[in-house]
Design a protein around this ligand. Structure first.
Ligand code: DWN
Ligand code: SAH
Ligand code: ZN
Length: 416
């Protein structure tokens, strides 16, 4: 089968259902998105082939090639969830919501997969509720423990889930944010949830939403860690093949648009009307069709060409361009668009673990965000566009001094 350009489409095997995956977008040779390098490390970078496809049978959108999990999630994993005030608030609200609903009975037990620095479980701990976070990345797990959170430093999978069931009993809620889409082995995740969850328990997870990614051409949501781009239809199919049912969906504004999916054991709850409504909306938007995904691929290439053209023009004009937010997402943008230190002088970021290092693949220096206002750059490319409100509010002096932000979502534009 050929793609829109008449090329043979590479194929793969679906990690959700075993069906055939048809490639629709090629993003080239890419580094690990969260591996910020010291100077000597630039000679031994790990690269992989980033391409994305959709399953013919269950519609699941997924990467064509997998990166071993230990390459991504290890002692020095540098993303700290509490680095954004808006995300902190989101997770305090999430914890309160769970404590007031699914975890409101006598002696509830809440498990989180990928608890990171404890941004969500901290509130559960402070409420005195039994909990456990799975977090394989060493330093972020340590930060969670320092917040009083009970953490198991392992990957969540069927075997570790069974051990927790044996030692702690059934969970009322298994929660995960921005983590299930990171795990290619969905069989092991769903079997682990099945083993751990009580008969009336729920599995709640939120991840970037395919519908929003297509609508906003936010192709930077595609990188090594984001193995799956979920939709309500693909998650409903996944749930059904493991004896679960998709009983609720909620759209969330965080990280550029996500959906929170609620799964329960089949037949235990009546699905909310908004499940069928979102799937109907996906059908109207043809979210899962190859024709729509090919159109997205064309949109992505246009954004790449526009962004490169703008940065090259600013360079010719002698403008100083920096970037803001050394996001994992930006690895795809810089490497796919060919943006290195010749076009963007440095990236400002608040994360100590990223500062003083070089961005993956393109080797742009990362500096402390404290230095941003003194830089007097003409333009700042906003890699952390999902935190635009928070960042623009605290960096108002930049625009007052004549600086302008460059954004590339949903298309390339300048906000002066
Ligand atoms: O899914 C994932 C999400 C939840 O987090 C992970 N795979 C990895 C990571 O992705 P990301 O790096 O693209 O996430 P963010 O939240 O867009 O990263 C924001 C970056 O910007 C961080 O390095 C912190 C930095 N930042 C900053 O310098 N000043 C953030 C804010 C809010 C700020 O004011
Ligand atoms: N939940 C946080 C963190 C998201 S980053 C938030 O929404 O901000 C993804 C996290 O999942 C990382 O901390 C990573 O170490 C962890 N992770 C990756 N694979 C995992 C697995 N199989 N089990 C548990 N945690 C995992
Ligand atoms: Zn499939």
């Amino acid at each position: 089968m050929t793609d829109s350009a008449g090329q043979a489409r590479p194929q793969g095997t679906c990690r959700a259902c075993g069906g055939t995956v048809m490639q629709f977008l090629e993003l080239g040779r890419q580094p690990l998105s969260d591996r910020f390098l010291s100077q000597p490390e630039i000679h031994q970078e790990y690269f992989f082939h980033l391409a994305v496809g959709a399953c013919e049978r269950c519609t699941m959108v997924q990467l064509m090639h997998e990166v071993p999990r230990e390459q991504m999630f290890h002692e020095d994993y540098p993303y700290y969830s509490s680095g954004s005030a808006a995300m902190q608030k989101h997770f305090v609200d999430t914890a309160r919501h769970l404590l007031g609903t699914e975890a409101a009975g006598p002696d509830p037990f809440v498990v989180e997969i990928g608890c990171n620095d404890g941004v969500m479980l901290r509130t559960v701990h402070e409420a005195g509720v039994r909990h456990l976070g799975f977090e394989p990345s060493g330093k972020v797990a340590k930060a969670a423990r320092a917040n009083g959170v009970r953490v198991r430093g392992d990957f969540f999978e069927e075997s570790t889930a069974r051990e927790v069931r044996a030692s702690d009993g059934p969970a009322d809620v298994v929660f995960a944010a921005n983590t299930i889409c990171h795990i290619p082995d969905l069989d092991s995740v769903l079997q682990g949830v099945d083993a751990l969850l009580g008969p009336d328990g729920v599995f709640v997870f939120e991840d970037p939403y395919l519908g929003d990614i297509l609508a906003k051409t936010s192709f930077d949501q595609i990188y090594d860690e984001h193995f799956f781009l979920f939709s309500a239809r693909s998650v409903r199919a996944l749930a059904a093949s493991f004896g679960f049912e998709l009983v609720d969906v909620e759209r969330l504004p965080v990280h550029g648009g996500e959906v929170r999916y609620t799964l329960a054991r089949e037949g235990t709850r009546r699905p909310a009307d908004r499940v069928a409504a979102l799937i109907a909306e996906e059908d109207v938007g043809e979210v899962a069709t190859l024709a729509r995904l090919d159109r997205f691929a064309g949109d992505v290439r246009r954004v790449r060409d526009d962004l490169r053209a703008l940065l090259e023009r600013l360079k010719v004009e002698g403008r100083r361009v920096v970037a803001y937010g050394a996001t994992a997402k930006s690895a795809t943008v810089t490497n796919f668009c060919g943006i290195g230190p010749d076009l963007v002088s440095c990236v400002y970021d608040t994360t100590p673990a990223k500062q003083g290092r070089l961005t993956p693949g393109t080797h742009i220096p990362v500096r402390s965000a404290d230095g941003f206002s003194a830089d007097s750059a003409d333009y700042a490319l906003l890699f952390a566009w999902n935190h635009a409100d928070e960042i623009m509010a605290k960096e108002q002096a930049f625009r007052q001094a004549g600086g302008a932000w460059i954004l590339y979502v949903p298309q390339v534009h300048v906000r002066g």
